[in-house]
Structure formats: C-alpha cells, structure tokens
Design a protein around this ligand. Sequence first.
Ligand code: 13P
Length: 249
Amino acid sequence: MRIPLIAGNWKMYKTIAETEQFFREFLPLVADSTHCEIAIAPPFTAITKAVKAARGSRVAISGQDVYWEKQGAFTGQVAAPMLAEAGCRFTIIGHSERRQYFAETDDTVNKKIRAALAAGLESIVCIGELLEQREAGQTEAVLRRQVDGGMAGLTAEQLTRIIIAYEPVWAIGTGRTATPDMAEEAHRFIRALAATRFGKEAAAGLRILYGGSVKPDNIKGLMAQPDIDGGLVGGASLDPRGFATIVNF
Ligand code: 13P
C-alpha cells in the first residue's frame, strides 16, 4: 500500500518570520490528517525554524536541492549531511527550475540522489517534459531518459527511499494543470518503466507525485487516479489554509 504524500515546495518564498507564521496557522488544520504524509520544503535559511515549528507534528521538512560532495570549497552549496543534521527527512532533486536555470542534468541528479541516500535522506526526484516536447510526441522518450539517467545504477532497495515527482514543465506556475487522465497516463508509464528497471515489486511500492498547478479545486480529481500517489505543490503551498485544503483532499 502506497501512503500518499502531499509536499509543498516553497521555492524562493518565505522569510524565517513568515515560516513561523505559516506553521502557526497550518498545523492545527492538519492535526488530524492521518490519511497522508505531509512535507514542506522551505528555503535553506528557514529550514531550522521549520523543523523546530513542526516538531511533534506529522509534517516533515525537506530541502529543495542538495550538493553531492560532503564538504569542500563549493561556495553556495549545501551538503546532504547538513540537511540531515538540520532535521530534514527529504530533499527535492532535479526540479525543472534547477534544470532550466542552474544547469542541472540527469548526471548531476544521479550524483545528488546517491549523496542523499548516503546521508539517510529520501529523495523527491522531479522529471517532466517541456511543452514543445509534449507537442512533438516526445513525452515518453523524455521521461525514459530522465529516469534512466537520473536513477542509473541504483538498486531496487535504494528505490524504496526515492519518490518521483512528475511535473510537466508547461503546467508549473501556469495555472494549466494536466488533466487527471493526462497525469495518470504519464504516471502509469513511469511505473511501468520502473518495473522494467527495478522489478515489479519495487515499482508497485514507488510513490509518484504529480506537480504543476495543483490547487485546492483540482487535487481530488488527481488523487482519484490509481497511479497518482500525492502532489508536489508550488504556489498553492504558500497559503496555510489553501495548502491544508489540499492535504485534506
Ligand atoms: P506550481 O504548483 O506553482 O505550479 O509549482 C509546481 C512545482 O514546481 C512544485 O515543485
């Protein structure tokens, strides 16, 4: 049985003070939400405050990115053991914004997953096609390349600590969600692909989240799909009431 996961990716939003305020409002609204796991990925500067605020609740904290070296002269980077020490359970890896603006590749995704695994973090690995790739009928080829490259050489055992987030790039921040059927088709493809690479059992246990303009009014339809195991929510995770509505789909 796959337990749903609803994760909020705050991107470059919220100060420490705003983080504290968010948790004050959000936690009471999800205090009885035992049907799913909940995670929030704040900016690095607010992680410590978020961990402290979420202590004793069911909300886990995630990094938004991680570097693959343990330490060293890598100005601006944050290592996986540092995230773990700060109290993170997860880290997002390979978000399309990192691929687009910060030269993330499937190869760097692979290194980051390995570093996260070594530090005991679970990875939320983002994949998804651009609009022109979908229109050219390349969606499956793109997803196959991202899964094969990003997860190259990983074992079925390691897959149990990996979550995939299918985020079609054309649906991110655009208000244009994939329909539940479109999302389900991609999720089914990803699970079938995982079965050929990692075995049927590992694929059956793999959680695949949908991301891209998830809102309180479309989460129910998405979650009704058999292969959609949760959401990775951007803009709509910034508002405590709205995000709680999504969590309580
Ligand atoms: P939006 O929910 O704002 O479209 O962002 C999705 C996303 O990129 C989550 O990682």
